[in-house]
Design a protein around this ligand. Structure first.
Ligand SMILES: Cc1ncc(COP(=O)(O)O)c(C=O)c1O
Length: 473
């Protein structure tokens, strides 16, 4: 039995957890699939994994474990590729990095240097972006329950797009903009009835979720009308986000078609031509060999062409387009390095056994396995081994039996305390979702490039943790 879907609950569907299949009594391959690991991860001559030329043993000595190791050149090239995919196309296109995937001042500076803007969805993400030097005009603020303080801070900072998500928010934003004597630039978040996860998408009038205004119920049109009626709000465009970890372009295509027809409907009803269409994020990445990501270079021209033809069909001018990728930019760039603490063999019902390999992190640095039943690729990182493969499960150090990092893997039978394990593609929604459960300190993030490493986020200390407890002052 499993809990949910790797990209979040999908109408309550359950995913069957399958066991990995590999022939036992053969050694585990030490090869690193270049499509799963970041571009500068390799196996050095000694058998150790290296990142941009630095052996993981050296990184663990310098920074400790667990450790997020971020391949700078890999991340930057993904950001660049996304932006370049739309260059020279028939539309003006803005690409926003979805900060929620992982944000720090370093990452904010890298992605903006590569031509991206930033999307934020809380006052914290907004403050970090601003303090990192990203100006308000490069920021977009979305979220289903923004506070008055967050809206006020957005207007104060001159955020260039505020994605309104409820009638309450439209009223609140109009009031705050009036008090500030400014006009707030607004996108209306529309639930187009397209929900996409992995290899399929559902196109329905489904609206039983918290985000946006539904198209099918007519509320999206009412929201447009409310925004148009407010003197201190300017309707800049519409926004849609259909899901995450998506491997098929067809969901985006259906969404683009529905959005284009909604833009035409707004024109017909209210005689206004809205100039911007934001299609959100969602491109999937390769966590394991089962995942086959869409190439943005291939999808971009096709999608632009589709919006152009859908608009032309309705006599509507081509809107400015926007996208908000998060996972596809930062996810593959990072691996997590763990130190093995204990190794236990357990008998399986129905025969066979499984080795439980406990590492020094767990659900506090990677909640996705417990939350979404996510799969990951893991490798023995400090050496190679020709021992036979054993069925293994990599688990953390927390007081939860669901504290699993990699549910099903094959590892060498001689895996032992002190070994290092590397887990691939942990850049998105790992450190950003990390917790202090069991009062563990959140791991450091270090970047590596050209044989040099630098701290992106230092490891938390117990003093950081206890600073909020006045009884310990
Ligand atoms: C509105 C919005 N934009 C962008 C993203 C980024 O999605 P991804 O990381 O899958 O690209 C999300 C993620 O949930 C989102 O909710």
């Amino acid at each position: 039995m499993s809990r949910a879907h790797p990209a979040g609950p999908l109408h309550g569907d359950l995913v069957t957890t399958s066991e990995v299949s590999a022939p036992p009594n053969t050694a585990v391959s030490a090869e690193l699939d270049p499509l799963t690991w970041s571009a500068n991860v390799a196996r050095g001559e000694s058998g150790q994994v290296t990142v941009a030329g630095i052996p993981v043993g050296e990184l663990s000595d310098d920074y400790g474990t667990p450790l997020f190791v971020l391949d700078e050149a890999d991340l930057r090239s993904r950001a660049r590729k996304y932006v370049e995919a739309f260059r020279g196309s028939a539309a003006e296109v803005d690409v926003y990095y979805a900060s929620k995937a992982f944000l720090s001042s370093t990452v904010a500076r890298w992605v903006t240097a590569e031509g991206m803007r930033l999307d934020v969805c809380t006052g914290g993400e907004l403050a970090l972006a601003l303090r990192s030097g990203v100006p308000g005009e490069q920021l977009l603020f979305h979220g289903n329950n923004k506070s008055a303080a967050e809206l006020d801070a957005s207007l104060a900072a001159g955020v260039s797009r505020i994605v309104v998500d409820s009638f309450d928010e439209i009223e609140m934003l109009a009031r705050i903009a009036r008090e500030r004597q400014v006009v707030a630039p607004v996108l209306v978040r529309v639930t187009l009835g397209v929900e996409a996860h992995t290899h399929e998408f559902i196109a329905t009038a489904h609206e039983d979720q918290k985000f946006g205004f539904s198209l099918a119920s007519g509320r999206a049109l009412q929201a447009v009308e409310r925004v148009l009626a407010e003197e201190h709000l300017e309707l800049v465009g519409i926004h849609s986000h259909i899901g995450s970890q998506i491997f098929v372009a067809s969901g985006f295509e259906v969404a683009a078609g529905r959005a284009a027809s909604f833009l035409a409907k707004i024109r017909d009803e209210y005689s206004v031509v809205i100039g911007e269409l934001n299609l959100g994020g969602g491109l999937g990445i390769r966590y394991t060999a089962d995942d086959a990501p869409i190439d943005i270079g291939e999808m971009a021209p096709h999608l632009v062409e589709l919006v152009a033809s859908e608009c032309a069909r309705r006599g509507f001018p081509m809107p400015r387009l926007a996208f908000e990728p998060g996972r596809a930019i930062v996810g593959p760039s990072t691996l997590t390095l763990y130190r093995v603490g204990t190794v236990k063999r357990r008998s399986l019902e129905g025969g066979g056994s499984r080795v439980y390999v406990s590492v020094d992190g767990g659900m506090s640095d990677n909640i996705r396995t417990a939350l979404y039943d996510a799969d990951y690729t893991v490798t023995l990182a400090n050496r190679v081994s020709d021992a036979a493969a054993v069925r293994a499960r990599v688990v953390g150090k927390h007081c939860e039996s669901g504290d699993i990092v990699v549910r099903n893997a094959w590892l060498p039978a001689d895996i032992a305390p002190g070994d290092l394990l590397a887990v691939a593609a942990t850049g998105a929604y790992n450190r950003s979702m990390a917790s202090n459960y069991n009062l563990v300190t959140r791991p450091a993030v270090v970047s590596v490039a050209d044989g040099r490493s630098a701290v992106v986020l230092r490891r938390e200390t117990l003093d950081d943790l206890f600073a909020t407890d006045p009884g310990l002052a």
